[in-house]
Design a protein around this ligand. Sequence first.
Ligand code: ADP
Ligand code: MG
Length: 254
Amino acid sequence: LQAKLISAERIAAVGTLAAGVGHEINNPLAYLVLNLEGVAQSLEQGPTGLAEARARLDAAREGAERIRVIVRDLKVFSRQEGEDRAMLDVNAVVVPALRMAAHAVRPRARLVEEFGNPPRVMGSESRLGQVMLNLLVNALQAIPEGSPERHEVRVRTGRDDSGRALVEVSDTGCGMSPSVQARIFDPFFTTKPSGEGTGLGLAICQQIVQSHGGELRVRSEEGQGTVFTVLLPAAQDAGFQEAPEPEASAASVA
Ligand code: ADP
Ligand code: MG
């Protein structure tokens, strides 16, 4: 019954997405088509139009890229479970996401990494990596550009009291009101201008974390900042020897 309920919920989520997805894709698609027409017009002007054509082409590519991201995000909901599951070192899942986000974080905040010794988990590296990346992107988007000395994005890994793997992504950004907090996991809920947010990130994060038997928690205060905590059950594999707990190291990389 439990499994049936879960799969019914997934179908409902996909249904919710299907209703909104046409609208979500339509805007960047219109933008893409408009700019391709611009390219054609600029090229008709001959050599004097080349710079303009180039600019329009870049804009068109942006539109296409945006559609690609939406489609990629949506695919997560329909993907079958269990295809790329493996025993994972949680720190090794966090590192590539950090690397990808680092250059975008830097103009806004110091990036602080605090790697502890989380237990190994059984899961999908690509999907869990996507969770980390989504949380990092949200954290940096919550912080305005221009005063990186006053802001911080912090990623901490470790284990919680009940032995679960823990990844915390915190920021000193805008925070959220209780009414926003109540809706952040709804598909397509966003407070960002169109072009910046699809509103899919956290819905997907939650779906992925729950499909790993984990929990995604949030703590936020308006004007102060936000902490997202990912909790994942330790892999039940006797064949994997847990390393003894070393001292956590903290390092600032930005
Ligand atoms: P998107 O980022 O595309 O808007 P998400 O599902 O990732 O969609 O997030 C939904 C909303 O949750 C955001 O629009 C924002 O209002 C809020 N939110 C998420 N993360 C943070 C954060 N770190 N700080 C403040 N608000 C956040
Ligand atoms: Mg987001």
